[in-house]
Design a protein around this ligand. Structure first.
Ligand code: SF4
Length: 354
């Protein structure tokens, strides 16, 4: 087939594939071809037989959120009796539990809390960082950052400058789901537009902090909407000179929320991971999601991923049906049995991770 020959030639030459070619790969290439091509692109950046990992926790400091995304199983509205906002002490107790598991990185993730201003976040993170100088922190997601700037009545540049001045190193790309405005209107009209999200990302990077890219698949998104996500991300990554440290894709969990549905099969997740690795030629680190796919996620190492987390907790995905195992040795053995040397890494530095 001429188009597949062309894709093979482009990948061998290190050239980016087109959007149409990415769609063809997803719809028509067999698994073996996808694995081979994704591994070829992965090998531009990483040794084929090595995979890196990090033990980490996602600390959900509040479940209060006014965005009301229909796919969310986690949020509670203000005044709901199940709503909570953790104290600094309670946050630290969770971090202590992660440290006991050998964790090195804490990702904070909450909701669109209508009373939390940028200064409140900066104060919490400053206190926590002072107690754990050896840990790294992904302090907010871009989505939370955007809402907090709105509540604080500051621009993204001003909000990012405040966080950076208080010592924040990372505001990561969580909350992106599918970066397509039609998708967003259907499921999370109160969250953000695609253009606004990238403006916020740019402000974060411009203030000298690090960030990442994420994607969640398996709602009702069309292939075109998924491709819009990858295309806008690749364009943005070019615009910021390859600064985003990684791309993590995970799968929607359909339990305990308004939207419901069925979870997509692992085979589809792996195929999309491979297409992402091939299309995102400017993204060094592609990560596979143990958080939502457990041991199956490790198969992603054969579909272009080079790195994974071993999470100790995350209420957001667990409320939606994810299960977390603390038997890390079992997971690492599974990766080793697939032929990968597993290397525990430190958190990446903000900029010179390449
Ligand atoms: S996904 Fe995030 S922003 Fe949307 S309702 Fe849940 S907590 Fe709020």
């Amino acid at each position: 087939m001429a188009i597949m020959d062309n894709i093979e030639r482009k990948i061998a030459a290190g050239s980016p594939v087109s959007r149409h070619e990415a769609a063809t790969l997803f719809l028509e290439a067999d698994d073996t071809t996808l694995q081979r091509l994704a591994t070829q692109v992965r090998a531009r950046f990483h040794k084929e037989t090595e995979a890196t990992y990090l033990i980490m926790a996602i600390v959900n400091y509040t479940n209060i959120c006014v965005a009301k995304c229909d796919y969310c199983s986690f949020f509670r509205l203000p005044h709901d009796k199940e709503g909570y906002l953790l104290t600094t002490e309670q946050v630290c107790q969770k971090i202590d539990q992660m440290v006991q598991h050998g964790g090195k990185l804490v990702g904070f993730n909450g909701g669109f809390h209508p009373k939390l201003r940028i200064d409140d976040y900066a104060k919490l993170f400053t206190e926590v960082r002072a107690r754990y100088p050896r840990l790294e922190f992904y302090e907010m997601t871009v989505a939370e950052f955007m809402f907090s700037c709105k509540v604080s009545k500051v621009t993204y540049d001003e909000g990012a400058a405040k966080l950076a001045a208080s010592g924040t190193r990372w505001v990561t790309g969580g909350g992106a789901e599918i970066m397509d405005n039609n998708f967003r209107k259907r499921h999370s009209p109160g969250k953000f537009t695609v253009e606004d999200y990238y403006n916020a990302q740019e402000a974060i990077l411009g203030a000298g902090m690090g960030s990442t890219a994420t994607m969640v698949i398996g709602f009702d998104e069309t292939l075109e909407e998924r491709l819009n996500h990858l295309e806008s991300l690749r364009t943005f990554q070019d615009r910021v000179g390859g600064t985003l440290a990684s791309f993590l894709c995970w799968t929607y969990k359909p339990w305990n929320n308004e939207f419901g549905g069925e979870e997509i099969k692992t085979a589809e997740y792996l195929r999309w991971l491979a297409v992402s690795r091939i299309y995102l030629h400017n993204m060094r680190n592609i990560r596979t999601s143990v958080l939502t796919k457990n041991e199956d996620a490790l198969l992603g190492l054969r579909f272009g991923a080079n790195d994974f987390d071993l999470p100790t907790e995350d209420e957001v995905t667990q409320k939606a049906g994810a299960t977390i195992s603390h038997d890390f040795e079992h997971l690492l053995t599974a990766a080793r049995n697939m032929g990968f040397k597993t290397l525990e890494r430190d958190a990446w530095p903000v900029r010179n991770w390449q």
